[in-house]
Design a binder for this molecule. Structure first.
Ligand SMILES: [Zn+2]
Ligand SMILES: [Zn+2]
Length: 646
């Protein structure tokens, strides 16, 4: 008998060689139908593999990452089997899982073609193979046997992969007539796959090396229920509608120009105004929290980044230095604001009474990204961080952390990111030599973060070994309206830069001490934040932020003058509006402007002009009745104040 420990700590005895599937069956037949893989002492395995010693187990369903992995990985095998059926002689590269589904890189036989038009028959074949309920059978093979199998099959890609493997670690998996080299784990059988969609094709060099042959990458996704696929495709369609690159163009917020350069966003007037409002919003909050704004240049002497350590770490993979024509100096595009802020700290002697000092800057930085990695506003080569550096005493860390968290939580509330979580990244306690800074300071800092998070009641996971060598950190992730996770703000403790820049303050003991530095950027960057905000709101920005808060629609040209007068009056109340003077029917004007996501539509005609009033419609809510301009303005101001109240 062996002891099996379950995640809740209960221990049950089973016959040796029991399988995960049998354990699931012993609990309930429902569970046995849903379970896809098993964790045995932390290693994910096939459900059908016998367990022969005491073990702590975890049963994985489709909801679990490990379950999805086994599901999609098995699906990649089924897709390969289907491809082989249509393309005898096809050679197979690798077939891993991705965030949403899986792919297989394949080398089609001479003259064969695979296009979108083939997707349907491929899907049908996959479902046909799935319905055969073929078991995934694992066998351990020797390296020589493995090489023999794939040499005979004529699949040089698998042969190359096997050559890189150690003898004694090689396993094959077979389902139906198809055998693949694979580490596993897989599903018990193909029958669990009930829905499939081939998503797309792409070209991919074998092993990512452009000197190698280009293979065809086939992307697919599968689910245990048809309904789940339908929902996934609907969500994908919604995501497409919300794509910030699409909406950014439609709403005239930003653009890119190949002449200006890849990954360098151009903020158009409406986007720049939106960004300015976000910056002003943050500036105000930061002022309330006693931050001091500073401004530093876009370039810095190479020596600065040698001192900071950035050059040694990132120099080779970054934009290369700019040389001055006369003095033979070298400058780098600023990759980070921190070194500049350290130099500001050093401009005068500091005492313990001066701390904490908080320097804030909307600092634009430039980082090289490969062209293939660039993506809208979320991956760019030039971006502006809502950056700040706090220099404080070790005993002030926790309070500073709490204050930064207050700012982050306020932002999330105002912008309606209601679903968020945090990750605390701490040291790997086994590997202390890896980290700079004293044991005592690390203990203090880590405890400060953990306590601060607990005090705020934030849902957080703790990851050991994820801290940077220079300090622990806290990252915030938000879920958008579609449930997608985005990483936003970071709060990072740093013992390294104060050391490298020899930052000091005079303590109450009259001795010199090193301050601790905190890097923090609640938005991350303006670019990334605006992208996330667009996708979260589908472009329906909150009233205080939106480029145009109201549009005035004269019923006919006769009322254009009165409409302009209303717009002017609203301007006096800081309300952004414009007049739709087009010679169109009022119904058409309403429809067009509703599509533009403008929150308030103001209609003016004979009656309104004579009574000096306006008729108000609110986006999504309809008619709001007749109001005086002042009344309307006060209503809007109140609506905004209620959101922005701290
Ligand atoms: Zn596999
Ligand atoms: Zn920094």
């Amino acid at each position: 008998m062996i002891n099996i420990t379950f995640p809740d700590g209960t221990v049950k005895q089973y016959e040796s060689s029991i399988t995960g599937l049998e354990i699931a069956k012993s609990i309930s037949s429902k569970l046995a139908k849903e379970v896809l893989a098993i964790g045995v002492n932390g290693q994910t395995r096939d459900l059908t593999r016998p367990i022969t010693e005491d073990a702590t187990i975890q049963l994985y369903k489709f909801e679990d990452e490990e379950g999805k992995h086994a599901f999609w990985h098995s699906s990649a095998h089924i897709m390969a089997e289907a491809l082989e059926a249509f393309y005898p002689g096809i050679k197979l590269g690798i077939g891993p899982t991705v965030d949403n589904g899986f792919y297989y890189d394949v080398d089609l036989p001479e003259g064969a073609s695979l296009t979108d038009a083939d997707f349907k028959k491929l899907e049908d074949k996959i479902l046909e193979l799935s319905r055969q309920k073929n078991d995934f059978i694992r066998t351990e093979v020797s390296k020589s046997d493995a090489l023999k199998t794939f040499t005979e099959k004529g699949d040089e890609y698998k042969v190359e992969l096997i050559n890189d493997l150690e003898d004694g670690t090689i396993t094959f998996y077979q389902q139906g007539q198809f055998t693949d080299l694979c580490r596993g784990p897989h599903l018990p059988n193909t029958g669990l796959v009930k829905a499939v969609k081939i998503m797309s094709l792409a070209g991919a060099y074998w092993r990512g090396n452009e000197n190698n042959k280009q293979l065809t990458r086939v992307y697919g996704i599968t689910f245990p229920k048809q309904k789940m696929l339908t929902e996934y495709l609907e969500q994908l369609e919604q995501a497409k509608q919300r794509d910030h690159r699409k909406l950014g163009k439609e709403l005239e917020l930003f653009a890119f120009s190949s002449r200006v350069g890849m990954g360098l966003p151009l903020w158009l007037p409406k986007g720049a105004a939106l960004r300015e409002r976000l910056e002003n919003f943050l500036k105000k909050v930061q002022k309330d929290f006693n931050y001091s704004p500073v401004i530093t240049p876009h370039i810095g002497n190479k020596e600065l980044y040698i001192t900071s350590g950035h050059f040694a770490k990132y120099g080779a993979d970054s934009f290369q230095p700019i040389h001055t024509p006369q003095e033979n100096e070298e400058y780098l595009l600023k990759p980070m604001n921190c070194p500049h802020h350290c130099e500001i700290y050093k401009t005068k002697p500091r005492s313990y009474k001066d701390l904490p000092i908080r320097f804030a800057e909307f600092g634009t930085v430039y980082r090289y990204e490969q062209s293939g990695e660039l993506h809208g506003l979320t991956r760019v080569r030039g971006f502006t961080q809502d950056d700040a550096h706090i220099f404080c005493r070790p005993d002030q860390l926790k309070e500073e952390f709490l204050k930064v968290m207050d700012i982050v939580l306020y932002i999330f509330r105002v912008l309606k990111f209601e679903d968020f979580s945090a990750q605390i990244s701490l040291r790997d306690k086994e590997d202390r030599a890896k980290y700079i800074g004293s044991e005592e300071n690390w203990e203090k800092a880590e405890q400060a973060i953990v306590d601060a998070v607990a005090e705020k009641g934030i849902d957080a996971i703790v990851e050991y070994g994820e801290a940077a060598f220079y300090g622990p950190k806290l990252d915030f992730m938000v879920k958008d309206a579609l449930g997608r996770k985005w990483q936003l703000g970071t709060i990072q403790v740093d013992y390294n830069l104060p050391e490298r820049f020899e930052l000091e303050y005079k303590g109450s003991d009259n001795q010199m001490h090193r301050p601790v530095m905190i890097h923090r950027a609640p938005f991350g960057s303006m670019e990334r934040f605006v992208a996330v905000l667009i996708e979260h709101t589908a472009g329906k920005f909150p009233l205080w932020l939106t480029p145009e808060q109201a549009v005035i629609l004269p019923i006919s040209e006769k009322y254009n003058e009165y409409a302009k007068k209303v717009s002017k009056l609203l301007e006096n109340y800081d309300i952004r509006s414009f007049v739709d003077e087009r010679n169109e029917k009022i119904g058409r004007k309403i429809r067009d402007n509703e599509l533009k996501r403008i929150p308030y539509l103001i209609i003016v005609g004979e009656q309104e002009m004579n009574d000096e009033v306006i008729s108000v419609r609110k986006q999504g809510e309809g008619d709001k009745g007749v109001l005086k301009v002042e009344e309307f303005a006060q209503q809007i101001q109140k609506e905004i104040e209620e959101i922005l109240v701290f």
